[in-house]
Design a protein around this ligand. Sequence first.
Ligand code: FAD
Length: 505
Amino acid sequence: MKSGSNSLMWFRKGLRIHDNPALEHAAKNSAYVYPIFVIDPHYMKPDPTAFSPLAGLNRIRFLLESLVDLDSSLKKLGSRLLVLHGEPGDLVIRCLKEWNVKRLCYEYDTDPYYQALDRKVRNYASESGIEIFSPVSHTLFHPAEIIQKNGGNPPLSYQSFLKLAGEPHWSSSSLCMTLSMIPPIGDTGNCEVSEVPTVKQLGYGDIQEESSLFKGGESEALRRLKESTNDKECVANFYKPMGDPSAFIKPERTLLSPYLKFGCLSSRYFYQCIKEVQNEVKNHTSPPSSLMRQLLWRDFFYTVGFGTPNFDCMRGNAICKQIPWNNDDELLAAWRDGRTGFPWIDAIMVQLHKWGWIHNMARHSVACFLTRGDLFVHWEKGRDVFERLLIDSDWAINNGNWLWVSCSSFSTQYHRVFSPTWFGKKYDPSGAYIRHFLPVLKDMPEEYIYEPWTAPLSIQTMANCIIGKDYPKPVICHDVASKDGKRKFAAAYELNKKNKWYGNR
Ligand code: FAD
């Protein structure tokens, strides 16, 4: 007979062994530890052609690869991952009952979906005398503590967030990077547990050839982190607005966002690694552009998202300006499917579909184009498309950035618009990025690649691309649309000021 009681380790994000305090706690003084992951139908929409705000194929594939990696690491420690399928709240409660669990461990999650799930499970656990251990390890800070320090409200500027946050209390302590063993799994009784399924078993079709830029999992995350931080000069000289959004072979970023999203990489460990490099290399970039500061943006949005009711909507969101966005589904579909007739915008959207990842400035370009810059479509619609297609799609960060780029919150610089032609040209005058993702334009001469509708018909014929037939005409005239957008924005801002009209309708 083993000593200690049974623990359930519920993996949701935090798909890692290193710096995982919930797992560490479960492994201590337990007779048996049941590590589970629930495949939640809420996040699985198997039809990749359906327009739904839920998970896209790239993200699901990444998640499954991360689970396979986690399972393999658990096996090395004497355990394995138990996969269940269904509504997580009901399933966890059932496991707690059937496996006679006395301790439930899971990483704290601030997303509203998980908060609701946690309330359900917590209610059952407290009625049944089950201990809950739910530490904060997905972010650098506990959003509730920052909000408390700020008198009960989230800080609404990044600078005020930084002042309140200071240095994280754990920053110079050593994080637990591995475990020596995990107690075995007990009898699983009648609970239906499975191995990690394949994407096909979840009903998805074949994976596109060019979608393998990101391999999911902790092992890959740590390998990439090492690679990124080995290049000390690169870490030290990181400058946010720079970095070429059209560099599709090797984007000039860390590309760690998918690993941070699923918690394959601990943001706290990442923080410590950057700090180490900064201590070694005297001359490094300073705030607000440094890599460290990028990571802190993540915590900023987590904090504001956690402390703002209806953060993900315009209505009822106290920090969101009320703008008379249109609901033009045709324009939305043209943007979503890369058919706007603006090659820079369309190439980015194709990359998003294929890779499930695009550069930060590319995100800015297409988000500005969809909202205040050109199409004046509601930011919530763009947010939904990103939520479905990005591997790193993250509730707080995605909503926060859409609020920002659409000038609905955080920023008021609505008169500064990204040009859908000049911005890309600045980085990639020959249009290599466009030619790669839009092969229909591969033979268009350089001088017309960003505005192919201006090419004479003879040139279009030579390039085998007739505008309006092989590639769409622009859905709007940028000069007219952006002026109109600025005018509407100015009027809406006035109205917001006069009526103190922030999300109260
Ligand atoms: P790096 O530049 O190498 O930065 C390192 C880490 O810092 C990132 O992995 C990320 O965790 C964090 N970070 C960087 N920029 C930001 C930022 N602007 N806001 C918050 N955290 C940041 N990022 C997501 O992780 N998930 C999203 O759903 C998401 N949606 C976005 C939507 C829009 C409209 C925009 C404009 C940006 C969005 N971003 C999102 C932020 C940013 O584009 C990505 O985090 C970044 O491109 C990821 O690449 P990287 O890992 O190479 O970043």
